[in-house]
Design a protein around this ligand. Structure first.
Ligand SMILES: [Zn+2]
Length: 308
């Protein structure tokens, strides 16, 4: 989501005990939270709120037309992904379990999947979202990880680890730090490495974290992997449809396509292009909402698609 906040959000956000970066599309006035930002860094976008933490769940009625609108920016016609696992626990085989192999398989199978195609209707100044994801595997950094409260720290980690960043690069950073009192599971943002604009994302360690758990009972994956794969779908879909300033596709409340379908699951498992199966939320489709062909989100609006 964008950081254009309405006043009732302030109280909730303060309860969530973190501050948001400023956004160039923030409006001036008493609701402007840019004074909370002291680092002038890129905003957290598409924040994947933990269950029950959505600032939109209290007090603000849903829009009469819930569709997203275009805000003039670029989209991602294609993606090159490379994951970064940050923190000393990523050398601990018990902690790692099936997470790294599972997420490599997840990104590989996202490529040209029907799930990926749920974001392909969106266009931007540089073309149309496409389903191609070239996954270049992963890197492990065993230094102490940041806790996600600073987007610039996540961008710095990406720039440190990725030696040859590309302009359609998407670099998710999975840390071994737990969420604690933070109200969110993950977010995406952007930055620049040696003059190359890159998309980044941040993910807490979600082991045993009920607030960020899709409750996958398939037995195919560990709980921690299942939780990371669900939020990974949310963030990658948002990065593809709304990657950057000035922003591309989000609704009047700043919600991106992942936000609008968060914590709603249409089927027990969605099959990816490499036949792997995941419990994963859908993504908002304006077309599906307009034609009544989506499944309902948490507000009962039938605009969610999971490509199953
Ligand atoms: Zn989001």
């Amino acid at each position: 989501m964008k950081t254009t906040w309405l006043l009732p959000c302030l109280f909730v956000l303060l309860l969530a005990t973190f501050s948001l970066g400023q956004s160039s599309n923030s409006v001036a006035g008493p609701e402007d939270l840019s004074s909370l930002n002291t680092q002038h860094e890129a905003p957290m976008l598409g924040i994947h709120w933990a269950r029950g933490f959505s600032p939109f769940s209290r007090g603000i009625p849903p829009a009469s037309n819930p569709n997203m609108t275009y805000h003039g920016g670029v989209i991602m016609p294609s993606v090159v992904s490379e994951a970064i696992y940050w923190g000393p626990s990523w050398t601990n085989s018990t902690f790692v379990g099936d997470k790294i192999t599972g997420l490599d398989s997840w990104y590989t199978g996202f490529n040209n999947s029907n799930y990926a195609r749920t974001s392909d209707e969106y266009t931007g100044s540089n073309g149309q979202v496409g389903s191609s994801v070239t996954h270049n595997g992963h890197l492990i950094d065993t230094s102490t990880a940041a806790n996600g409260s600073s987007t610039s720290a996540i961008v710095a980690e990406v720039c440190k680890e990725i030696k040859s960043p590309v302009s359609n690069g998407y670099y998710p950073v999975y840390v071994d730090v737990k969420r604690g009192n933070a109200g969110y599971c993950a977010y995406h943002s952007y930055g620049s490495c040696s003059g190359v604009t890159v998309q980044v994302a941040f993910f807490f360690n979600l082991d045993g974290d009920a607030g960020c758990d899709p409750q996958d009972t398939s037995g195919l994956h560990s709980q921690g992997l299942a939780a990371l794969s669900n939020v990974s779908g949310h963030e990658l879909s948002e990065a593809r449809s709304d990657p950057d300033n000035p922003g591309a596709w989000y609704d009047r409340r700043g919600q991106e396509n992942g936000d609008k379908c968060a914590w709603t699951f249409n089927v027990p498992l969605v099959t990816f292009s490499n036949s792997t199966r995941w419990k994963i939320q859908g993504e908002w489709s304006n077309n599906a909402y307009n034609t009544g062909t989506g499944y309902p989100n948490s507000s009962g609006q039938r605009g969610c698609l999971d490509g199953h």
